[in-house]
Write a protein that binds this ligand. Structure first.
Ligand code: J2J
Length: 539
């Protein structure tokens, strides 16, 4: 089994510890300390459940003992695919307590993605809900067990059918092991997948908790705050910026919304007096629209964070008047670096920039194609390293060669410029992915699926600006001679590939060929750019 590691050079690690960034605390220790401090504070609200810290700790310990009693051993990886329900916290804190390593999948992922995560992480178990959003995850579990026999156990929140019920675990099932080490990898997060399939991101207790603590401080979370998890909690933004973990750290209440739309979220805001939440830009637009007609009292909302994709300044300027709260832009990535506009920043920075890094130790380089610094203020590729940015993906030597410089900077793939105040403005990106309402889709991954269709000779997937989604995906498909696949049939085929629904191309355009230059071969990247330009010019 590939060892889980995340290694910073010794001198830097020493510096991060000496500076107090890494405090030598694990997630389990954090929860225990909080439960000792505030045992009766309600920390998690979801559906009918309201758990205090004491109850959450009890749930986590019961889950830890149950998981170990199945024969799982510290260090084993467990793919966790749960929606926004309290059990998510019982499971991940149970895994932390048992020294097991969660691999966070999103509820939208399907067999293709889950099997990939399971294989890449060499996982031994899968945890899911019985069903959610009209989808039965037990069916997925059955297919997963057949496709990846190394998955020895399936644990289900709710009606478990033939699998192990989460609710059946007992705290006396197994003695709990000593705590993990704070410098150990705590979990594997999922990358946006800029090229090919998603990569796995190993984050340590030390590095992640640093970003969580600082995020909570920057966002002024305190014990009076109420954080609404509107986006799926497994995503890095609502998990850590400051998200649910930030709320757990400060003793702010977490309210779990099963869906992010205003019809579900607004009544929760009104009932639970939510003060802060985070959204992707298309949802922020939807909320602003809904606020005009809905009657729910959302006046408790003080801060709306928007991130995951670029928020246009025009929309940014409307947040205060239309939702009655302050805007905070968040530009982050599961690999590490997170930027925030600060809550006392002047309006022009809040509406026109994506913020500045969390930490004074975040190193930022903005460079040209040859990795040379650009003139200050000019756009260039964003490279970064620091106390909570990874140095390598898990089990992916090839990706690591591309994604990191020899001196350990992560190539974010984003093109940014820096203002005189040191704030970053996202200009675009260098990698070929589609940022569809904050969900990152790799063009290459979708092209691979389309190429597997018997009627498809070649396929190129590009992003097209879209008023509702920010970007949508458009596939240009050359059929085989004599074949005439219908776009709707190709979409149906994509759905049957068992991929997340957001990966099905929004638009499919059949073309006889790709016009290439007389000079001959061009790269796929150039081809994507050319097709996008031609398509947009013809609109
Ligand atoms: C433009 N592009 C943005 C923004 C992310 C906080 C917030 C978001 C994420 C996230 C996160 C953007 N404007 N405000 O993990 O902790 C694009 C960039 C970036 C990629 C990372 C967090 N905020 N992006 O979105 O790992 O292209 O993380 O490199 O999903 O989203 O995607 P992801």
């Amino acid at each position: 089994m590939k060892p889980l590691r995340q290694t910073w050079p010794d001198d830097l690690a020493e510096h991060y510890r000496a500076a107090g960034y890494w405090r030598g605390e694990t997630f389990s220790q954090m929860l225990r300390a909080r439960a000792a401090l505030w045992p009766d504070r309600v920390i998690i609200v979801g559906g009918e459940i309201r758990w205090t810290y004491r109850e959450l700790l009890g749930q986590a310990e019961r889950t830890a003992a149950g998981l170990l009693s199945l024969g799982l051993r510290p260090g084993d990886r467990v793919v966790v695919q749960l929606p926004n329900i309290p059990e998510f916290f019982a499971v991940v804190f149970g895994l932390f307590r048992a020294g097991l390593i969660p691999v966070y999948a999103l509820p939208a992922h399907r067999l293709t993605e889950i099997a990939h995560f399971a294989r890449k992480a060499e996982a031994a178990a899968y945890v899911c809900a019985d069903s959610f959003g009209g989808f039965d995850y037990r069916g997925l579990a059955r297919e997963l067990r057949a496709a990846v026999p190394a998955i020895r156990h399936v644990v289900v929140a709710g009606d478990a059918a033939e699998f192990t019920p989460l609710a059946g675990f007992r705290v006396d099932a197994c003695p709990l092991p000593p705590d993990a080490s704070p410098s150990d990898v705590a979990f594997l997060q999922i990358s946006g997948g800029s090229t090919g399939l998603s990569k796995l991101i190993p984050r340590t207790h030390d590095d992640y908790l640093y970003s969580v603590r600082e995020s909570a401080r920057i966002c002024l979370l305190d014990q009076n705050s109420v954080y609404l998890a509107a986006l799926p909690v497994a995503h890095n933004f609502p998990m850590s910026s400051p998200g649910v973990f930030g709320a757990l750290w400060t003793g702010s209440r977490i309210v779990l919304s099963p869906a992010p739309g205003p019809e579900v979220a607004f009544p929760l805001i009104a009932r639970e007096k939510v003060t802060i939440t985070g959204l992707v830009p298309p949802l922020a637009l939807l909320w602003m629209q809904a606020a005009k007609s809905r009657r729910d009292d959302i006046s408790s909302l003080e801060i709306l964070q928007v991130g995951g994709a670029k928020l246009m300044p025009e929309a940014a300027r409307r947040v205060r008047s239309e939702l009655g709260c302050q805007l905070q832009q968040v530009f982050g990535m599961a690999e590490g670096l997170v930027n925030y506009t600060r809550l006392d920043d002047p309006d022009h920075l809040v509406t026109q920039t994506q913020g500045r890094p969390i930490s004074p130790a975040d190193e930022i380089r903005i460079v040209d194609e040859e990795d040379n610094p650009v003139v200050e203020g000019e756009p260039g590729h964003l490279l970064t390293r620091g106390p909570y940015t990874i140095r390598a993906y898990h089990n992916d030597d090839q990706a690591n060669l591309r994604a990191f410089t020899s001196d350990g900077f992560y190539r974010t793939g984003d093109v940014v410029k820096r203002t005189p105040e040191g704030y970053l403005v996202v200009q675009g990106r260098a990698t070929d992915h589609i940022n569809r309402a904050g969900e990152k889709i790799s063009a290459e991954e979708i092209e691979d699926h389309l190429l597997a269709h018997p009627d498809v000779f070649d396929a190129v997937v590009v992003s097209i600006p879209d008023p509702a989604l920010g970007e949508r995906s458009c596939a240009f498909v050359i059929p085989h001679a004599g074949a005439e696949p219908r776009p709707a049939a190709l979409k149906g085929w994509m759905r049957r590939r068992d991929v997340a629904a957001f990966k099905v191309p929004d638009q499919i355009v059949l073309v006889p060929g790709f016009a290439t230059t007389a000079v001959g071969k061009i790269s796929r990247k150039q081809l994507r750019a050319r097709l996008r330009e031609t398509f947009l010019a013809e609109q």
